[in-house]
Design a protein around this ligand. Structure first.
Ligand SMILES: *Cc1c(COP(=O)(O)O)cnc(C)c1O
Length: 395
């Protein structure tokens, strides 16, 4: 390890609150679907900054747009209009089919906003409903509101008391959801494909059932598309492959290609009774730079039909993983779809991930001892082959 590599690590360890157990690697630059550390070692990236860098690294068209925007105007307040915000909103409306967008700075804030929008809707409708039904093994972020609807006790317990009125149902078990509905149920929140929680995909039946239940009971359906959205499952948003449109949805991660930005969006029907001037706001949200990133990202995704590319490479990855799963004693199960896939392994996932790092492959874990594969969406079949080669070697 080079001297400066150690210096970066020591500096970071001394300066930051110790919340991340980082790998002893200092990433310095990226090109295509590869990252390079400060020792000059090359890594094939199947993590993409946790499903953020959909376009990989060094996309010249995107970078030029960002550079140009920085030279013109990086930030201004939401007290004024700017030149990119409307364009980014139009782009997101186009790909989501939603009617109104609010820009945030992260996924967590998109969830917070979605929860507030749902509560405001109930308040304005005069129902006073406040309860949320969330799913076991879900992940929605780390603020008190978002963690309150996150189905992982380890993330919640040290920070109790949580938001009152949150109940957890079993994912893909419609009866367990129905059993929790009361006349106070405000919204049901779910990821169509759970990422962090172990790569669990909603069944068609479950998504249909949730939509029907919400319609019948006057409950809002909130989809968290932060990880599974933006082309990752082979449609622009995961709910679109089910045909079950939510009332409110949250986005982040890949929508800004690495510029910190999130958004929540709602139908006009919800917007009519929801957030009004003074109800919600953020200083950075929807600033010129973030919105330039969103507008350009959407433009590239549509022009290059990234979702279709994901369907093709995702199917290839599925085949390869299924073959390995059948052959290998080390893998119990393959999960997920498109380029959000996982393999449940016998050995501790952490040890496999460390061996992959040694061999120049970046992979991450998910709950339930799953190795999570969330590469840049622009990977090619040859990159899948390269990844599979390393995986075979280390399992
Ligand atoms: C990452 C993630 C979040 C939180 O987003 P941040 O940008 O980390 O705040 C919420 N929901 C899901 C499904 C996520 O994957």
């Amino acid at each position: 390890m080079k001297k400066e590599t150690n210096k970066y690590i020591e500096e970071t360890k001394k300066g930051l609150v110790h919340t991340y157990n980082r790998f002893p690697v200092v990433l310095e630059k990226g090109k295509g679907v590869y990252l390079y550390d400060t020792d000059g070692k090359k890594y094939l990236d199947f993590a993409a900054g946790i499903a953020v860098c959909g376009l990989g690294y060094g996309n010249q068209e995107l970078n030029q747009t960002l550079k140009d925007q920085i030279d013109v105007l990086t930030h201004t307040s939401n007290l004024y209009y700017n030149t990119t915000c409307g364009k980014a909103a139009k782009a997101l409306k186009g790909i989501t089919g939603m009617d109104r967008v609010f820009f945030t700075n992260s996924g967590t804030e998109a969830i917070e906003g979605a929860l507030k929008a749902a509560r405001k809707y109930a308040w304005k409708k005069g129902t006073g409903r406040y309860e949320f039904i969330a799913m076991e093994d879900s992940f929605h972020g780390r603020s008190i509101g978002a963690v309150s609807v996150t189905g992982s006790e380890a993330y919640r317990t040290p920070f109790e008391p949580m938001l009152p009125g949150v109940k957890f149902a079993r994912f893909n078990d419609l009866n367990s959801v129905k059993a929790l509905v009361t006349d106070q149920t405000c919204a049901i929140i779910l990821e169509p494909l759970q990422g962090e929680g172990g790569i669990h995909q909603a069944s068609q039946e479950f998504m249909d059932g949730i939509r029907k239940l919400c319609d019948e009971e006057g409950i809002l359906m909130i989809c968290d598309e932060i990880q599974c959205g933006m082309g990752r499952t082979g449609t622009m948003f995961a709910w679109q492959s089910y045909g079950t449109k939510p009332d409110i949805m949250a986005m982040a991660k890949a929508i800004g290609s690495g510029i910190p930005v999130g958004a929540f969006a709602m139908t006009e029907e919800v917007a009519k009774y929801s957030l009004e001037p003074g109800d919600h706001g953020t200083t950075y949200g929807g600033n010129p730079l973030a919105c330039a990133a969103v507008a350009k990202t959407v433009e590239i995704f549509e022009r290059e039909d990234i979702a279709a590319h994901v369907r093709k490479v995702g199917a290839y990855l599925t085949d390869k993983l299924d073959i390995l799963t059948a052959e290998s004693e080390a893998i119990l199960e393959r999960r997920g779809t498109g380029l959000l896939q996982g393999i449940k392994v016998k050995e501790p996932a952490g040890e496999i991930i460390n061996r992959a790092l040694e061999k120049g492959l970046l992979i991450i874990s998910a709950k339930d001892n799953v190795i999570r594969l969330v590469p840049p969406l622009v990977i090619e079949e040859k990159h899948v082959d390269e990844m599979m080669g390393i995986l075979r070697e280390i399992l």
